[in-house]
Design a protein around this ligand. Structure first.
Ligand SMILES: [Fe+2]
Ligand SMILES: [Fe+2]
Length: 383
């Protein structure tokens, strides 16, 4: 694959790596200390150094339960055609009409293709080792994020009210489990070292998992899932990564969940605006800024300016957050200006001849289908 690689300030990249290493040391050891003295520590029972939950892979159990559940997944429309359910895909409906037989899911075909030697050959043909490593570094941000999404959605399932909301969250739990195991095999197929969580993402994910009640919706469905949606939207047109279109569709549903849920059960004025909540949300978003600095070389390797990507992402996060009442310490427009200012300040300090840019007006999602899906969620804001 040919990318016009973007020149990156090597000093800035090195300093960011060193700062991140230092922050990582402090954060991890602080959590270890808290755990040793019995005052909490890391909440996730997840080992990102080994890209595994504590307790190991246990593939046998996965095959017996998770894979089997998916194989046996049934559609109400097929088994109870008299009901109000409309849950078959168009292809399934057509095949049902034609032959009345069940079919193998496109996702399953993709999944098998991924494991094949052919797929690895395709990756080697299309990408240089540096490009493969950059893709692994970016995709593993989401890979680790999926582990937390799995845990968080499981907890939100207990916090939301109504049968419909619980049914929606149950599907999200299932989809996050699917995302974690499928994305993991996709990333492993690149056969490059898989990095641990960057410290900044560690902070975002841990504070999301530790957030109380529906504040988890802000950390996960608004912040983290918008990052996932944007990464899938930016990469799904790359050779071999077409399956990310399926992930993009799922994440768009997850991003829309707070809007749909809070429409029926709006946050109170106090829940939206109390100073403690405003600050907590702000400190949840804040680490995403140095995370963008740290990821600059990987995005650049693929010809993507991380601040174009970040600007597009921030615009989407702000539109989702403020619409449902997850306010931040500043009004929406001022918040956007502040972040655009910080991006430009960083670029002025690290790039030669940088001119002020409106990063928040950029669009990083490629592909007509993906843009149409996002327009539905973000409405006029990203049109
Ligand atoms: Fe996911
Ligand atoms: Fe998700």
């Amino acid at each position: 694959m040919k990318f016009s690689k973007i020149e990156v300030n090597q000093d800035a990249a090195r300093i960011n790596r060193e700062i991140e290493g230092y922050v990582n040391f402090v954060v991890r050891n602080w959590d270890n200390l808290l755990e040793t003295v019995g005052l909490g520590g890391r909440k996730a029972d997840y080992d990102d150094e080994n890209y595994e939950f504590l307790g190991g892979a246990n593939d046998e159990l996965r095959k017996k339960h998770y894979d089997k559940s998916l194989r046996l997944l049934w559609k109400a429309e097929r088994h109870a055609s008299w009901s109000t359910f409309d849950d078959c895909t168009k292809d399934e409906e057509m095949l049902l009409k034609m032959a009345g037989q069940s079919l193998s899911a496109p996702e399953k075909r993709e999944f098998e293709r991924m494991q094949s030697a052919e797929f690895k050959e395709l990756l080697n043909r299309e990408y240089t080792p540096a490009q493969k490593q950059a893709l692994v570094n970016i995709l593993s941000l989401i890979g680790h994020g999926e582990a937390y999404a799995w845990l968080v959605s499981n907890e939100v399932l207990r916090d939301v009210q109504s049968t419909g909301a619980k049914a929606a969250l149950t599907m999200q739990v299932m989809e996050e489990a699917k995302h974690f195991v499928v994305l993991r095999e996709l990333i492993q197929a690149f056969e490059m070292p898989i990095p641990r969580l960057p410290a900044y993402e560690y902070i975002i994910l841990e504070s999301t998992l530790k957030a109380k009640g529906l504040e988890k919706f802000f950390g996960m469905n608004v912040l983290v899932e918008s990052i996932a949606l944007s990464i899938f939207g930016a990469l799904s047109k790359f050779p071999g990564l077409e399956i990310l279109e399926m992930f993009h569709l799922d994440e768009s549903r997850h991003c829309a969940l707070p809007t749909n849920y809070l429409k029926t059960k709006p946050l109170t004025w106090w829940e939206s605006n109390n100073p403690a909540a405003l600050l907590k949300r702000f400190f949840m978003v804040l680490p995403a800024i140095p995370l963008a600095f740290k990821m600059e070389p990987d995005f650049a390797e693929l010809g993507i300016d991380v601040f174009d990507f970040g600007g597009s992402l921030v615009r989407k996060i702000m539109s989702l957050a403020y619409r449902v009442g997850f306010h931040l310490p500043l009004p929406q427009e001022n918040m956007k200006q502040l972040i655009n200012f910080l991006f430009n300040a960083y670029c002025s300090a690290t790039r030669k001849d940088h001119e002020f840019q409106k990063f928040l007006d950029k669009e990083s999602t490629m592909g007509e289908k993906e843009l149409a899906v996002e327009r539905e969620i973000f409405q006029a804001q990203s049109a």
